[in-house]
Design a protein around this ligand. Structure first.
Ligand code: CA
Length: 725
């Protein structure tokens, strides 16, 4: 049992998802929304009036937060200083809106002329009166619930784009939808992915020069990554760039990527990578670089993770784990920088890309900054992708350094786990995930929500491709003794657990060193916002929304929201009054896959909150829902059943049912009834909630074997909880 819990802890750093609670529709009265719309509309001539000139000048537009990272440069810095380090203790809740689900909330709100536009879990969209929180309209794209089984990391959505009177959202089932910014009515909708394949979308679209840029997710499930540009007015596809080559036997795609794939990428691939798509999804970062009129695109990991299975262990596998520069009008290739050649760890470069002018050795460089999963902070010249510098922002053990001459990492012995299992830091969840970082030009510091979450990688000798399910080609095993881990297996496991930490790092990108660090006892902290008031705002998984001084990191203010906060905050001003808004709601990959024994309650529904000076609102009383007690049956199961159940449980169940967000299987009452269990697992009785049928992967006997194993887990858990009383 202890062994199984340990394995489950290791699995916890992998990020899958299956079953999901999708809750009943909110039933706000349409007439109230119409009244609120009228009130918000009276001073605003047009909803969603964002154009190229406005986006270009967004940095000096203090009232608004016009795009995902506030400006094209995505620094997430606002010069607003009405709320500042001297009056922060007067900050209070202005308003809050409770959401319809306890699934993860990752979106950054966009604020245009007193109206807030935001997406929530299941790719729903809301418009609100930004100073009052009155809901103007709501949009539900009506995703198929079972699609949640294809979402590696929860049914999250990171935000909308606003352009020329329209609001754009990418949906978990792969659509791009344009809504009327005034009414929320659908203007057009395009299916951006092959609906037969396990693609999803969680990223915020970006509006660039009359086009809407959108990528997709699903590398672990087996897809081929790409990024597309759609005409903002008509929804017509303008160009598409595939990040990895397809099957050469199929010939060119007729896409913007054809030449770059043939000339640069194809020679770096081996074997039959196309059977699982190769990966390389563009699932988060896309920024428009006005200075060089180029789009900078972050590309994800390979499918499967294990380079030996993906590409016979040979080749760099371009453009995985890279930043790509593309022509925004045509999608044509300009340059690339690959951070982790031949990725074999799930090291994505999809993390936020931030544009900045940095004075380095007396010369101002037009640079991009990125803290990708692999643990190094990169400063890269945007002119041609030349690496300027790269130093580790968290402890890492896979590379000795990044060679500035070649731009390539110098890997440590056995980092690729070719000679047996290896504990690697960062693990697959990364030193930094999608949680946005911010850059304050006054302090010159980047505020990174970082973490250390180790993972033991071992070559999986028995790996079989599971189309539409998780594919790593890796076994997550007990940690071997190493420089980082010493003593007995038990001691080594304890050392690994102790390494699991969260950090807020204030990073000096010129010196490539931390100025200060806040250490937290849990990873998966929220995105950061920094302001002209010498402040940083950041949420925590424990529900705190914190403000710190930007120069020295001192904690100045905190608000307990009772929801883990992951999303990036935004700030804006209406009628001369400054607000800070953030979404609360725990989930995402860690919410699905990582047990959090510190909290004995079921995460409550998410919440959207806005704060202002002397705000006097309060949250509805928090009534914590206790996790159900384990209630196993007294049935007898055979040893063979338990063994089959154990294997299938770890193959199919834990990635989504290991964390606090989805129902915990060792506490579900469904384990008591074989018919109910079969109806859910095989017949898909809870598909609408996000729990897909596993008919394609499991026989009825195997589903029953999982029930047997879950009953055993529940017995162990009940015994443990009783002895702890
Ligand atoms: Ca991944």
């Amino acid at each position: 049992m202890a062994q199984n819990k340990i394995v489950s802890l290791f699995l916890s750093t992998i990020l899958l998802l299956e079953a999901c609670e999708r809750q009943a529709e909110d039933t706000t009265l349409a007439s109230e929304e119409a009244k609120a719309t009228e009130a918000a509309h009276k001073d605003s001539p047009r909803f969603g009036a964002v154009d190229e000139a406005r986006l270009s000048n967004a940095a000096s537009d203090l009232d608004n937060w016009l795009s995902y990272g506030r400006t094209y440069a995505e620094q997430r810095y606002s010069p607003l200083d009405q709320i500042n380090d001297e009056n922060i203790d007067e900050l209070g809740l202005a308003w809050a809106v409770e959401l319809d689900t306890n699934r993860g909330q990752e979106a950054t709100p966009i604020i245009v002329d007193g109206v807030m536009y935001i997406s929530t879990a299941w790719s729903k969209v809301m418009a609100l009166n930004a100073p009052t929180g009155d809901v103007l309209w709501r949009f539900d794209p009506e995703n198929i619930g079972a699609k949640a089984a294809h979402a590696c990391c929860d049914v999250v959505n990171r935000g909308v784009a606003v352009w020329n009177g329209k609001v754009y959202v990418g949906t978990i089932d792969g659509r791009l939808i344009a809504l009327d910014a005034a009414t929320g009515e659908k203007v057009w909708e395009e299916i951006t992915v092959d609906q037969e394949k396990p693609y999803t979308i969680t990223m915020a679209p970006r509006a660039v020069k009359g086009k809407i840029i959108i990528g997709n997710s699903g590398a672990e499930l087996g897809v081929r990554g790409y990024v597309s540009a759609y005409d903002a007015e008509t929804g017509d596809l303008v160009w598409r760039f595939y990040t990895v080559p397809g099957n050469p036997a199929d010939g060119p795609d007729g896409a913007a990527s054809d030449d770059a794939l043939t000339e640069l990428a194809l020679p770096t691939w081996h074997g039959e990578w196309w059977t699982l798509g190769g990966g390389g999804t563009v699932w988060d970062s896309v920024v428009y670089d006005e200075a060089f009129d180029q789009l900078l695109v972050g590309v994800g990991n390979g499918a499967p993770w294990n380079h030996r299975y993906r590409s016979n262990g040979e080749g760099d596998n371009l453009f995985l784990s890279s930043i790509l520069a593309l022509d925004p009008d045509t999608g044509a290739y300009k340059w690339h920088y690959q951070a982790s050649p031949g990725d074999t760890w799930d090291y994505t470069n999809t993390q936020q890309i931030t544009l900045v002018d940095l004075k380095i050795d007396g010369v101002v460089r037009k640079a991009l900054m990125q803290a990708p999963k692999n643990g190094f902070f990169y400063v890269i010249d945007r002119k041609d992708g030349t690496l300027i510098s790269a130093e580790p922002y968290v402890y890492q053990n896979w590379a000795e350094r990044i060679d500035l001459e070649t731009g390539r990492p110098v890997e440590t012995p056995n980092a690729r786990y070719l000679d047996g299992p290896q504990m690697v830091l960062p693990g697959g969840i990364g030193g930094h995930a999608w949680q946005p970082m911010s850059f304050n030009p006054e302090t010159g510091l980047v505020y990174i929500p970082a973490m250390t979450v180790p993972l033991v990688y071992a070559h999986n000798e028995d790996y079989e491709v599971h189309h539409g399910r998780w594919n790593t080609g890796v076994t997550f095993t007990d940690p071997p003794a190493s420089e980082d881990l010493k003593g007995t297996p038990e001691q080594r496991r304890a050392q690994m657990s102790a390494m699991q930490k969260g950090y807020l790092i204030a990073w000096d990108p010129v010196a490539q060193a931390p100025r200060w660090t806040v250490e937290r006892d849990w990873p998966w902290n929220g995105g950061t916002l920094t302001t002209g008031g010498n402040l940083i705002f950041e949420g925590t998984p424990d529900g705190e929304f914190e403000a710190r001084s930007a120069d020295d990191g001192k904690l100045l203010w905190s608000f307990q929201s009772h929801r883990g906060i992951m999303a990036g905050p935004a700030t804006y001003r209406v009628d001369g009054e400054q607000y800070v808004a953030v979404l609360g709601g725990y989930g995402g990959s860690m919410g699905m896959a990582t047990p959090d024994e510190r909290n004995k309650f079921i995460p409550p529904n998410g919440i959207l909150m806005a704060f202002k000076l002397n705000g006097a609102a309060s949250l509805a009383p928090y009534e914590p829902l206790e996790r159900p007690a384990p209630a196993p049956t007294n049935e007898t199961f055979t040893a063979a059943q338990l063994e089959t159940g154990r294997e299938k449980y770890f193959t199919y169940c834990t990635i989504c049912h290991n964390g606090p967000t989805n129902p915990e299987l060792d506490r579900t009452p469904y384990m008591q009834n074989a018919n109910a269990w079969r109806a859910i697992v095989i017949d898909g009785a809870l598909e609408a909630n996000g729990m897909a049928s596993f008919d394609e992967y499991l026989t009825a006997e195997e589903a029953e074997a999982i029930r047997a194993y879950v009953n055993m887990l529940a017995r162990d858990l009940a015994g443990k909880e009783k002895s702890a009383e």
